[in-house]
Design a protein around this ligand. Structure first.
Ligand code: GRF
Length: 223
């Protein structure tokens, strides 16, 4: 171990041998359903492709969300906080409290079908990510893949962005685009976009936890 006092100097060249022990960034995953993006994130961590992070907790606002069963199978901390019938501010305050109790640093919305209250957003400034299955700002909201298909776009894709108080609106971290094929239907297009989502979310998390970025205006740029 290298002493911390400035007096004793490590031998020449020793600095290159130093392994900095950085604490893992703890992810709080919020979902409402299937949970395939959560599963992709968990797999990337387990396979060592997404480094420096761990999953602190998976929280669903829907009792029967398949993603919660997956979290259970993977042995990850998980909770259900049912939102139905509750005021947004009240429910969000509970979610924020549980995220804090699990010491989550970064919140990842992974098919979380709720708008967040301003209080929730300010509890994690630039620390809440969302994935959306379109090339924003095109086709925000529900059924984005169907919207894109019906519009007749030639390129579709997904966006990972910081969350602000507007729907599918915050600063874009990254996008992945795919061509729409002549023989696609909305279903095949959605499936191919989902495959891109599973790559994009892990990449975006890695970029954010690297800390080598800044936001200029609406732009996320590397430092
Ligand atoms: C994904 O298409 C995501 O982009 C959107 O909701 C869907 C969630 O899918 N926000 P899953 O639950 O991650 O499988």
């Amino acid at each position: 171990m290298i002493p911390e006092d400035g007096e004793s100097k490590p031998p020449e060249g020793a600095s290159s041998l130093r392994t900095e022990v950085r604490p893992l960034v703890r992810l709080g995953i919020l979902l409402s359903g299937r949970g395939s993006n959560f599963q992709a994130i968990a797999k990337s961590i387990r396979d060592g492709r997404l480094k420096g992070v761990e999953i602190a907790v998976v929280i669903s606002n829907v009792g029967e969300a398949a993603g919660i069963s997956t979290a259970q199978q993977l042995g990850l901390p998980h909770e259900v906080l049912v939102s139905k019938g509750r005021a947004r501010a009240e429910h969000d305050a509970d979610v924020v409290r549980r995220l804090r109790e699990h010491r989550a640093d970064l919140v990842c919305l992974a098919g979380y079908m709720r708008l967040l209250s301003p209080e929730f957003i300010s509890a994690f400034p630039n620390r809440i990510l969302n994935i959306h299955p379109s090339l924003l700002p095109a086709f925000p909201g529900l059924d984005a893949q169907q919207q894109a298909f019906d519009y007749g776009v030639k390129w579709a894709g997904c966006t990972v962005h910081f969350v602000d108080e507007h729907l599918d609106h915050g600063t874009i971290i990254l996008q992945r685009a795919i061509p729409v094929l002549d023989d696609d239907d909305a279903h095949s297009l959605a499936e191919r976009i989902l495959a891109e989502e599973h790559i994009a979310y892990g990449e975006a998390i890695a970029r954010v936890v690297s800390g080598a970025w800044e936001i200029r205006g609406r732009r996320y740029v590397k430092r």
